[in-house]
Design a binder for this molecule. Sequence first.
Ligand code: KG4
Ligand code: ZN
Length: 349
Amino acid sequence: MKILGIETSCDETAAAVVEDGVSILSNVVVSQIDIFAEYGGVIPEVAARSHLEVIMPVIDKALADSGCSWDEIDAIAVTHAPGLLGSLLIGTLTARTLAILHDKPLYAVHHLKSHVYANWLDTGRDSMLRSGARPPFPLLALVISGGHTQILYMPGHNQFEIIGTTRDDAVGECFDKVAKILGLPYPGGPSIAKAALKGDPDKYKLPHPKIEGLDFSFSGLKTAVLRAVQKEVGVPISYPSHKLKELLTEQQVADFAASFQKTAVEILCEKLVKGLETYPEAQSVVVAGGVSANQVLREALTEAYFPAPSLSGDNGAMVAAACYFEIQNGVKPIDPYKLNIYPRISIEK
Ligand code: KG4
Ligand code: ZN
């Protein structure tokens, strides 16, 4: 079964063709990172306009790269939740129109499910996946992106229970905010990881949040970095935070980046260990979402399943994969005239 997956929930315009939920026939991603690096973050209206400009060329290229004609496409899958309202609208309106035009069944997919199912995609790079091994159930999924930080319990395919979630900022958001304090470009995750390569992760001691159970909190860590930077450069807390970067040396930036990254990874790992203690029946751990590209985290969780780094961020292949496993588990197509978007809906709904 060949599914065209379309993803536009944030600042990547993406489309892909995937066969049977695992084989990537094509995968096209156009990122708006260059636009938003200039602004230091995503501007929703600008993102929606950019999606509109490139979505059809991206879909056309995904089809051309896959070697498939429309006749060979069995279904269309599109992200309908959660995400930026205008961005979701462009993707879903395009998918609805194409489904009507080409008479294809249309499926609406939750973005976090897609991130999880990136772990089922065969990229030919990983011996375990190449030999057909997939993460065994029941499993715990650590979903870490710019908008979410959750631990999910999955007893089987397409079954999700949120067992831990962030009470404030998402971990990716925390990387982005700390990068801003340090004067590193957006998106913060990759630029912190790069700066950290030259830094001492033990230089600055940063606190772990004291939260019982499996919930996370990342806003305190961001504030702790801010206070530590203010102390290091000798300014009062009233000093404008956007000017701090002018007072930091390159080495201090590297040391803060490394110390912050180490602490963020430790916090994620601590909660995951607690999750495994709470759910001892779990047979595997999968990590998903943009932050799963982080190399220090990958080195800390050698037993866990990670998507290929190129599939950690937003892409259409994961949407098609998630859709395939939904279909296998009895999910029915949606009327293209009635498909709605849900910018904030939970994965459990
Ligand atoms: O999943 P994603 O592409 O978009 C959302 O659904 O939010 O995640 C984007 C987030 C951003 O906050 C970005 O800074 C973070 O993932 N990120 C990373 C790395 N690469 C991207 N965080 C840490 N280390 C990385 N290497
Ligand atoms: Zn995402």
